[in-house]
Write a protein that binds this ligand. Sequence first.
Ligand code: PHE
Length: 348
Amino acid sequence: MNLEQLSQAIEEERKVCLEEIKEVDNIDKLNLFKGKHIGKKSLLTELFASMRNVDANDKKEYGKMLTSFREEVNSLFVNKEKELADKKLLEKINNEKVDITLPPYSLPLGSYHPLTLITEEMVSFFKGLGFEVASGPEVETERNNFELVNIPSDHPSRDMQDSFVVDKGIVLRSHTSAVQSRVMQSANGQSPIKIICPGKVYRRDSDATHSHQFEQMEGLVISSDATFANLLELLTKVLRHLFGEKREVRFRPSYFPFTEPSIEADISCFECNGKGCSLCKHTGWIEILGAGMVHPNVLRLNGYDDNKVQGFAFGIGIDRVAMLKYGIDDIKRFYLDDVRFLRQFKKE
Ligand code: PHE
């Protein structure tokens, strides 16, 4: 075969290929095309085989023509293959249309526990005033829970009826005041101390406003010049922050073994604005926390010189704040894990 004949043969085969590839509309037909025009039994392969009979001078040109035609047929094949793949993908996408009229599938979203919300609010308030957050164990020694905060062994709150005894000398802490002694002990007589400690406490107690488990926020400030006036101002601030700037705050003398003098704070009832209603038991006031100046015995018992430093402490019932703030009628709701109750609380 000379170059002229080859050129003709290629031209004819090209026409056939161009015609046939037009008809190819699926993968099977494409494979047939490949077998017929590129495969072992194709005219192309035959033409390559006939190279050996070609005149030596024409061999190079012959080879060139054939190679470039092979590339042409190959690209016909490759382009068609891509075209078919694209078509298939498009069909798939069209068939998989999302039905936006279906109701959405929503994942249940958790909410913050009301006690967590109140705790976080109080912690951020006190942190803003430079307090640090301290913590202590819920299973505590009688020494930390009672002795070191000046609660004598004949005090009623040491009675087995009132505190949960775990083992000899070990109780579930009955108040976060136990953390006072821990903090003072580990400060090794150094001051100032300015901490708060939120946490669970346990007492044998049960009615609508009392539970055997509840939460408190302890506060302790020890320094050379922490005064009773500072305490009153701080408590007024935190109570107004929690219950509204318009609340009146009233302090009454009280008694705690670890503070002297001791006080309790009331806020004017936010339900009736002090006129008297069932929430404030018709007194116009709601009792909210206990506090006082740290008793000299407590300072001494925990390694401080009561002539050099003084301080104050307070204990706020977190459950009580939450009950009042959210209008909750029974403290047990906090501990029943009823999602219908819990999901009503949202972080503001
Ligand atoms: N620990 C007291 C209680 O549980 C509260 C309190 C703390 C009072 C600190 C005064 C000072 O009732």
